[in-house]
Design a protein around this ligand. Structure first.
Ligand SMILES: Nc1nc2c(c(=O)[nH]1)N[C@@H](CN(C=O)c1ccc(C(=O)N[C@@H](CCC(=O)O)C(=O)O)cc1)CN2
Ligand SMILES: NCC(=O)N[C@@H]1O[C@H](COP(=O)([O-])[O-])[C@@H](O)[C@H]1O
Length: 196
């Protein structure tokens, strides 16, 4: 009896900026998962890559809602419309609230440009440079209600070189993130890709 191969895991990616990590997921030729939609909290430049490939996109701006809870609920609904097995934050610069966490908790992944628990938050690369560390890195973790406090799934160290500015260091970290994020998502989704 040949192994039964299940369909790829459905992945929704959330971005806020250039979306180069999202592009790495779109370019990954991995049978275990498929990006089915890309969402953002603003009209992010990275949405263009998804649109060029004919993928659905959605934008849920905070400003468009009465308060944070209403935004969180609207974002949860926009994500749910695409029936994801996993949701990946790839440079998504908003803290997710109870509605999204309640709907997708345990199936929410984030990539962070530091070796958590070091340098959490929105400015990790700048903070690592300011701290004068010689090694930083990339972390992929499950998302919980805290700020970058969810269980770590994978980490890779990245050297800080003399004279690095924020952009140079961040570019070096992103090169590592592109591999770490794809590899971690393959690990999370491969257990369902074939049933003997
Ligand atoms: N509930 C969670 N949501 C998110 C997490 C998380 O760990 N728990 N990770 C972030 C991504 N992230 C770090 O990796 C991060 C993003 C943004 C911020 C932040 O302070 N955002 C501000 C607004 C910043 C802006 O609009 O430019 C805010 O939300 O008020 C901290 C950490 C994804 N979501
Ligand atoms: N705290 C969250 C955070 O800093 N996320 C970081 O934003 C970048 C997005 O790059 P991209 O828009 O080119 O994919 C990535 O380095 C990601 O780790």
């Amino acid at each position: 009896m040949p192994p039964v191969t299940q369909p790829p895991a459905r992945v929704v990616v959330l971005i806020s900026g250039a979306g180069t990590l999202c592009a790495a997921l779109l370019d990954a030729d991995e049978p275990a998962f498929a990006v089915v939609a890309v969402g953002a909290d603003r009209e992010a430049p990275g949405l263009a890559v998804a649109r060029e490939r004919g993928l659905p996109t959605f934008v849920v701006p905070l400003a468009g809602h009465a308060d944070r809870a209403a935004w969180d609920a609207a974002l949860a609904g926009a994500i749910a419309a695409h029936r994801p097995d996993w949701v990946v934050c790839a440079g998504f610069m908003k803290l997710l609230g109870p509605a999204v966490l309640g709907a997708f908790g345990g199936r929410l992944v984030n990539t962070h440009p530091a070796l958590l628990p070091a340098f959490p938050g929105a400015h990790a690369v700048r903070d690592a440079l300011a701290a004068g560390v010689t090694t930083t890195g990339a972390t992929v973790h499950l998302v919980d209600a805290g700020l970058d406090t969810g269980p770590v799934l994978a980490q890779t160290p990245v050297p800080v070189l003399p004279g690095d500015d924020e952009q140079q260091l961040h570019d070096r970290i992103k090169a590592v993130e592109r591999v770490l994020l794809v590899d971690t998502l393959v690990s999370l989704t491969s257990s369902r890709s074939s049933v003997p």
